[in-house]
Design a protein around this ligand. Structure first.
Ligand SMILES: Cc1cc2nc3c(=O)[nH]c(=O)nc-3n(C[C@H](O)[C@H](O)[C@H](O)COP(=O)(O)OP(=O)(O)OC[C@H]3O[C@@H](n4cnc5c(N)ncnc54)[C@H](O)[C@@H]3O)c2cc1C
Length: 345
């Protein structure tokens, strides 16, 4: 039976969150092709992860045990995968669309004489072949890539294939292979996790999101000005804005940043890439300001403002300030009237 291999990333004995998407994608394809999904775990201290995959998700798992190999290493993983997968009747390989997966996939495809398709969001079967779908141009265009025959290596987008667990799972086998660590051209010395959680942002009722469309760091002031007039509003941003140092990484929203659930999210100059959308999709109302009528963010927005964000934000902030001031004056006036009525009584 043909095998769909799942290359599992792990850290400190735990599998990476994208593994669920990989398993779901591989299982779906295995169903289409009447093939079998199998996982591969490489390294030391991965027994617990293998037990989890085999017993909880029912995925047959091969452990390539390499002493003292605690982290992903490009050469080690590539050579190990070539050795293990080369001996199996492989139809395809599913990796995560992560920095490691993106590094590994093209080289693995070359070694396996396979086709490489990255950033896959969905897969369909048509006739005897498969069709993979992936986003292009920040989600504005969708590409359907046919795979009529031959081997393939894909990377799947985290969050694109939510795992649908079966009610009863039969414990699958775990196969153990001992391997020596090959020479690595690069050596990973240490891993330090970035501080990305930001409780204020995650709990805020209103979030104003800054995107690359602001053009320059100085224009961030426009976003902060808007947030300052909205009671309880917190500023966050897209990844390029954090990469550029305009905001701290703790303020990043999206796949590799914070997941927010505000009542109102205002996206300022943000394109609406999948990795950003997964972090904002639980917002009650999304308002987006963008000058591109085809921006993908408008597909997710309840309020779409087609405008230059640099021109529009000061106008919006002034108007809101004025409206809120008038409202406050009305409240003060009615409280004053109630107070004098009480005195008269
Ligand atoms: C593994 C991985 C993880 C990632 N994780 C994240 C993540 O957690 N969060 C995240 O945000 N991204 C993440 N990304 C990056 C993501 O793919 C996008 O590149 C990013 O979200 C784009 O940010 P942006 O919308 O600010 O910039 P751009 O895509 O450059 O979009 C800028 C937008 O501003 C508009 N614009 C330009 N000028 C103006 C103007 N004057 N007025 C109005 N609109 C204007 C443009 O039309 C465009 O739509 C990740 C990517 C990868 C590969």
């Amino acid at each position: 039976m043909a095998v769909i291999a799942i290359v599992v990333e792990h850290a400190a004995g735990c599998i990476a969150p994208v593994t669920g998407d990989q398993v779901e994608c591989a299982m779906r394809i295995a169903g289409f092709l009447k093939a079998e999904a199998q996982a591969v775990l490489i390294g030391d201290d991965v027994q617990q992860a293998a037990e989890f995959l085999a017993s909880k998700w029912g995925v047959e798992t091969t452990v390539v045990h390499i002493p003292e190999s605690h982290y992903y290493q490009f050469d080690t993983w590539l050579n190990s995968l070539e050795m293990v997968l080369g001996a199996l009747p492989i139809a395809g390989v599913v990796l995560g669309h992560t920095p490691n997966g993106m590094e590994l996939a093209p080289s693995l495809a070359v070694r396996l004489h396979a086709r490489c398709i990255s950033g896959v969001h969905s897969v369909q079967r048509e006739g005897e072949g498969l069709f993979f779908q992936r986003a292009l141009f920040g989600g504005k265009v969708w590409a359907r890539i046919g795979q009529p025959q031959g081997r393939w290596v894909v990377t799947v987008q985290p969050g694109a294939f939510p795992l649908r667990l079966q009610e009863s799972v039969h414990k699958a086998n775990i196969r153990q292979i001992e391997a020596a660590a090959p020479m690595n051209r690069a050596r990973l010395v240490d891993l330090q996790s970035a501080e990305t959680g930001n409780v204020a942002l995650q709990k805020a009722k209103i979030v104003v999101g800054a995107g690359r469309g602001l053009g320059m760091k100085e224009n961030l002031k426009l976003v902060h000005d808007l947030a300052s007039v909205l009671p309880g509003a917190v500023v966050g941003g897209s990844r390029p804005v954090c990469d550029a140092g305009w905001l701290d990484y703790g303020q990043q929203i999206g796949l590799t940043g914070n997941t927010i659930r505000p009542r109102l999210y205002i996206a300022c100059g943000i394109s609406g890439a999948f990795q950003h959308i997964v972090g904002i999709k639980d917002s009650d109302v999304v308002a987006a300001i963008n000058k591109d009528p085809n921006a993908a963010i408008f597909n997710h927005a309840d309020v779409a403002v087609l405008a230059d964000v640099v021109d529009f934000l000061p106008v919006l902030t002034d108007k809101l300030r004025q409206v809120l001031r008038e409202k406050e004056a009305q409240v003060n006036q009615s409280q004053g009237e109630q107070g004098s009525n009480k005195k008269m009584q």
